[in-house]
Ligand binder design. Structure first.
Ligand code: ADP
Length: 253
């Protein structure tokens, strides 16, 4: 069963149609990278999944359950806010700009949601957080404030924070785009390890094509809110069929 399903999804910002009847699905445990020119709707897809944007039309299902709207007696009805929250709780997101809580320590950033959203005991959340900080190589920074960390370190904390909720799905939105080049590899290596050691479903937006090639099972090429090519990374990166994929890859590789 697919764990993410977009059915005829439409998203407009004012009069601007960003997604126009988008259909795709992602299987449980699958890692899918979205590529394509800037403005083609990739980030919007991730934000719709987190319910950070409202859907204009269509349906999104997570684990077979409607995320925002469902059909009842032939009518499109909004899913109650409480239900939406229960679903998005199973989804973690890492943003381009880290978005750590600036007034909390690194450790508090990682324990906040497990304690306040899941009701985990503080000691248990702390143990788990320390384990995750060790995994991302930042155990010794637990008591620092985010502003004292490099961008790469902040991003690794953001990854630990997302993993602390044991997400079924992890959304990565250009997580290395804001980093100095020498900090990119540390972040990507942490994510490679997550990919190697867990079965978390991942939806990845990135311009790091080698990373996409290494970790993805499938690559979707977007252009103007539509999928123009869908295939295994070896196929998309070495023998793309679509002209727009070829032009896009030629420009960035
Ligand atoms: P990508 O991630 O592929 O670069 P985005 O999903 O960020 O594309 O954006 C797709 C289009 O939607 C762009 O034209 C962008 O300007 C527009 N857009 C995104 N967010 C908003 C918003 N909050 N208000 C208005 N337009 C937006």
């Amino acid at each position: 069963m697919p764990t993410i399903e977009f059915r005829d999804v439409v998203k407009r910002f004012g009069g601007h149609t960003v997604l126009d009847g988008l259909d795709f699905s992602v299987d449980r445990g699958e890692r899918v990278t979205l590529i394509g020119p800037s403005g083609s709707g990739k980030t919007t897809i991730l934000r719709l999944l987190m319910t950070l944007e409202d859907l204009t039309d269509g349906f999104i299902l997570v684990g077979g359950e409607p995320l925002t709207h469902e059909l009842r007696n032939g009518r499109r009805v909004e899913v109650p806010a409480k239900r939406k929250k229960q679903i998005t709780r199973r989804i973690g997101m890492v943003f381009q700009q880290f978005n750590l809580f600036p007034n909390m320590s690194v450790l508090e950033n990682v324990t906040e949601a497990p304690v306040h959203v899941l009701g985990m005991k503080k000691t248990e959340a702390k143990d788990k957080a320390m384990g995750l900080l060790r995994q991302v190589g930042l155990e010794e920074k637990a008591d620092e404030h985010p502003s004292r960390l490099s961008g790469g370190q902040q991003q690794r904390v953001a990854i630990a924070r997302a993993l602390a909720m044991d997400p079924e799905i992890l959304l990565l939105d250009e997580v290395t785009s804001a980093l100095d080049p020498e900090l990119v590899d540390d972040v990507l290596n942490v994510l490679r390890e997550v990919a190697d050691t867990t079965d978390i479903t991942m939806l990845i937006v990135t311009h790091e094509m080698q990373f996409a090639r290494d970790v993805s099972h499938r690559v979707l090429m977007f252009d103007a809110g539509r999928i123009v090519e869908d295939g295994a990374p070896e196929m998309i990166f070495t023998a793309p069929r679509n002209e727009r994929t070829k032009t896009f890859l030629r420009a960035i590789l």
